[in-house]
Ligand binder design. Sequence first.
Ligand code: NAD
Length: 245
Amino acid sequence: MSTPRLIINGAKGRMGQALLAAAADLKFPVAAAVDAGDDLAAALALGDVVIDFSVHSATARVIELAVAQKKSLVIGTTGHAAAEKAKLAALAAQVPTVWAGNFSVGVNLLFALTRRATRILGADYDTEVIEMHHRFKKDAPSGTAARLLEIILEERQLAASALKHGRSGITGERPSAEVGVHALRGGDVIGDHTVMYAGIGERIELTHKASDRQVFARGAVRAAAWVVAQKPGLYDMQDMLGLKD
Ligand code: NAD
């Protein structure tokens, strides 16, 4: 792994501050720390890889500038609509890019375990995803929950219309071809995710709880070191950690 010069976008935010601390701790030089209103194009010229943890509306410009200046990308920002994300991902693939809804090793193991559990348990086990985050979070469900749901839908061969966001009123019995999604918000919770499989007579729960933002920040800084050595293309943490089937 080389030691790239980092450009941190969203530097004044919770994750931005965690990234600056992780870069210092892991001894990676920060060429520029950028937030809303700063000159991102000028900042990009100073470094090798942009780490973006800002807001979904800022991602398009980050990618356009990185492609124009042939810089690598690490994107952690969440909250993009599916169609918007597909368009942006195609553009980002012109440079080496790691795009992940969650940069923790534990959550990436949870993704792999969820794929395996869903494959083994199938339609006999009602599947629900529950996430909880701090009261300041602006999007729901979380990017991590969205990825867990994608994996479950793929393995169960269900369309996105199978997702059931919360329940209220006379809902009727639960169809097996439904995947429940529940976003809890409150306090300072950094990020909890549970995938629950409820069968007749038993229940399996896969749970990950993050207790420190550093886990994402250190993962993102490591991804920056990894991605600068890759060919142009779109990668995720599963690629970096060798967790692909
Ligand atoms: P935050 O609100 O604390 O910080 C966002 C920062 O982005 C703010 O400082 C804001 O001023 C800045 N910003 C807004 N518009 C900008 C622009 N146009 N250009 C540059 N900066 C701009 O949010 P946060 O908790 O730090 O989270 C940031 C993002 O990272 C969210 O989308 C969150 O869901 C995501 N996140 C991802 C992971 C992961 O592992 N992938 C982990 C945690 C958070």
